[in-house]
Write a protein that binds this ligand. Structure first.
Ligand code: KE4
Length: 428
């Protein structure tokens, strides 16, 4: 595969940008090789600067549920840009997007737009601490909620129940306020509540884990978190940055019949432009400045261009049949890949919820971080490159999700499965 222009650009990029990328996972460190510099996308396809074409399942890590350069999104953006890009003053579009989110997700009575999923989760945790007056939060190992200091934390050794930083520059004092439980393990949550009575402000969770690869919630896990938080006066925060408007019109909370106290959103609600959001019950959201004492702000929050792309995307998703189509495409891909792995006699587990899925290179079940860690990440890397060379772009890490969009066709899926069978047979 000719990558000469990408290789030249990657060398040039590394002169000016740390690692040559503006987000670490794009660097291909997890799978090796040179990341193709992409030049354009349309529908289910992307092309790199060397002219190589790919069926794209990275989907910009989730936002492009309509596919690339959807005509409705592009046309709306062109019109919006002609009347200005940002005002730093309220505009009608912000009200329309906020109303659409509140109508789609009943647990959200009021919502604040921000610029990223990180900002949404960071603000939600500050809000939970402001509302409860408590300082500790619980997150789950293997879940990711953006790069705010207090969330770059992993479980301390057995004896310690408080977290330790996973990143340089995060003070131990910040990490100590974060407790880490095991995903799909309610006992680990109950133990933390027992060891920190009355001090836990919130539990934040990906209702379908996407950041260790896709790990669905075990039966009763999410309902158990609702019960435990309600009984203890802590808040339940669902991080639906990936699952919001992805797995159902009302997100994972509709799929699993949950009523969280706060929901974080991102990705799809921006349609490929920078939008995040956090929202919840009115009595909680009324803590947020300028109404209440919890401060949060942003120059470009609710930016007219970003909101335009988000509105165009969500309105398209409201067409009848879209979620049935996403489910059918996701099922077709998971089924085909399962057959391909079986035929090649490669141990695998395909985890899927709707149009988000991961093929783990390990026998199943993969229902916890321990299960994920059994996966052969090196073999995944070889498979990833074998697929890239065959014109299929999956996530450049075993521990991420692949996304199907409404732009993918049955032919795209069948071609992908055919290429997977070829790639797997040659893995050795
Ligand atoms: P952003 O700040 O990247 O917009 O959102 C952070 C975030 C929050 N919550 C969840 C569940 C997320 O998945 C993310 C971001 N996801 C990663 C990859 N899964 C984005 C890719 C990247 O970091 O470049």
């Amino acid at each position: 595969m000719n990558q000469s222009k990408s290789q030249r650009l990657f060398a040039e990029a590394q002169k000016y940008i740390p690692g040559g990328v503006n987000s670490p996972v794009r660097s291909f460190r997890a799978v090796g090789g040179t990341p193709p510099f992409l030049a354009r996308g349309k529908g289910s396809r992307v092309w790199d600067v060397d002219g190589n074409e790919y069926i794209d399942f990275l989907s910009s890590w989730g936002p492009l549920v309509l596919g690339h350069a959807h005509s409705k999104v592009v046309e709306a953006l062109k019109k919006a840009a002609e009347v200005g890009t940002s005002f730093g003053a309220p505009v009608e579009l912000e009200v329309e997007l906020a109303r659409l989110i509140c109508q789609a997700i009943p647990s959200i009575e009021k919502v604040r737009l921000v610029n990223s999923g990180t900002e949404a989760c960071m603000s939600a945790l500050r809000l939970a601490r402001a509302f409860t007056g408590r300082s500790k939060i619980i997150k789950f190992s293997g879940c990711y909620h953006g790069h705010a200091d207090g969330l770059l934390v992993k479980a301390g050794s057995g004896a310690m129940t408080h977290g330790i930083p996973t990143s340089a520059g995060v003070p131990d004092s910040y990490a100590r306020e974060t407790l880490v439980a095991d995903y799909n393990d309610l006992t680990s949550v109950e133990q933390l509540f027992e060891s920190h009575p009355g001090d836990i402000a919130a539990v934040i969770v990906e209702p379908v884990a996407g950041n260790m690869g896709v790990v669905p919630p075990a039966e009763g896990f999410l309902a158990g978190l609702s019960r435990i938080t309600a009984e203890s006066g802590a808040l339940l925060i669902l991080d639906e940055v990936i699952t919001g408007f992805r797995v159902a019109p009302g997100g994972a909370q509709e799929l699993f019949d949950l009523t969280p106290d706060i929901t974080c959103l991102g990705k799809i609600i921006g349609g490929g432009l920078p939008v995040g959001a956090y929202g919840g019950r009115a009595e909680i959201m009324e803590m947020v400045a300028p109404l209440g004492p919890m401060y949060q702000a942003g120059t470009l929050s609710g930016n007219p261009l970003a909101v335009t792309a988000g509105l165009a995307t969500l309105r398209e998703l409201q067409q009848p049949g879209t979620y049935e189509r996403l489910e059918a495409l996701g099922q077709r891909l998971a089924h085909g890949l399962t057959q391909a792995f079986k035929q090649a006699q490669v141990p695998s587990t395909i985890n899927r919820v709707g149009s988000m899925l991961t093929g783990f290179f390990t026998g199943g079940p993969v229902d916890s971080l321990a299960g994920v860690e059994r996966a052969d990440a090196a073999q995944y890397g070889r498979y990833f490159h074998a697929m890239l060379e065959r014109g299929v772009y999956f996530a450049p890490s075993q521990f991420e999700a692949a996304f199907v969009s409404l732009a993918h066709t049955d032919e795209d899926i069948d071609r992908t499965v055919e290429k997977a069978a070829e790639a797997l047979s040659g893995l050795g």
